[in-house]
Design a protein around this ligand. Sequence first.
Ligand code: IMP
Length: 429
Amino acid sequence: MANVSVIGAQWGDEGKGKVVDWLASRADVVVRFQGGHNAGHTLVVGNQTYRLSLLPSGLVRGKLGVIGNGVVVDPEALLAEIARVRAQGLDVSPENLRLADNAILILPLHSAIDRAREAARGERKIGTTGRGIGPAYEDKVARRAIRVADLAEPETLSDKLDELLLHHNTLLAGLGAETFEKQALLDRLLELAPQILPYAEPVWERLDELRRAGRRILFEGAQAVMLDVDHGTYPYVTSSNTVAATAASGAGIGPSAVGFVLGIAKAYTTRVGSGPFPTELTDATGKLLGERGHEFGTVTGRPRRCGWFDATLVRQAVKVAGIQGLVLTKLDVLDGLPELKICTGYEIGGQVVHRLPASPRAQAAARPVYETVPGWSGSSRGARSWAELPAEAVKYVRRIEELVEAPVTLLSTSPERDDTILVRDPFEG
Ligand code: IMP
């Protein structure tokens, strides 16, 4: 099996960046297929720390990076990110970065709507990143969005802006927010066009060629299964499908090309933004996990909510996304805790269930049923083989495998790229 798709199995921030970076060295091309600059991947390479939002992580390893049609692209954010990593010495050019000409553009009005709607929601806010992701996907489905290829056609841009502004200015005015002027938006898009268009192409054709030539493709997911617009904790989700199947439609390649589906999960659970979180710890242990795990959002800097590992949730992610192998990250954050809890089900209205129901009321009411397991006194940090791990840490991992019904394929024991225990090479299937 030549290809691998990497997705988050919880609520995001599972450490996909490190895993994708590690796998990228074995791939020929790395493809983003959903989400936008709401994602944040931190890569530590030598003494450089790269913070990527839109750029496929493979660029750091000198691999071809492809931004697929399923991604929503803020052209300003893309150019700023390219400039930022270039300043760190990374070479990014149309030679090594390709952008789907049918990807959707995020405009400043999308983030304005995103923020105005969140403000209007008050206590019921979703806790979005405010980057305009949801409104851009809405425009795509409503068939009024501007696509990358439109940048080459001033008349198309002008017509589409009329339709977009009719819709969005009405909404913005209703929400008491500032409206947008067509000419300023059009002028800016025409200014950006010559900087963006050199990257644009029908990426499906290139991917088809690469695939037929036997090249290894790595699909890099953003966010995670529990933020999937269908399978996640709706409405506290992002606006794209984050499951691995989306790699096919979001890049223009058949479902058989998605390859081995690798799900990433932290050895505990975190979440940013609002929404249900049955195993959340608001006590000293939650605080400790947050401090030890440096749990602050890469994109927004918000502190992440922390809690025990939820095997019921990850098992559900394994099933709905077809996860074939699990990568467990940040095991070392649990070092030294006297005992650990793993959630094996939820009590809802006096009944124990083994899935998170679709009803938001039931999700909010779900109380975790825990299994308590012993912690370990030794250190798991930096371990590169099972033998280097404390015995109780190995037992913890084995118990997780049983409960989530997926084998652990990789174990990450520190942010360093090589502090990884490989059980099975996902490129070998
Ligand atoms: P949006 O994607 O900005 O619309 O935000 C919707 C929800 O997804 C919010 O709860 C965000 O905090 C969450 N979210 C979006 N991107 C990420 C990510 O990369 N990591 C973790 N959470 C994210």
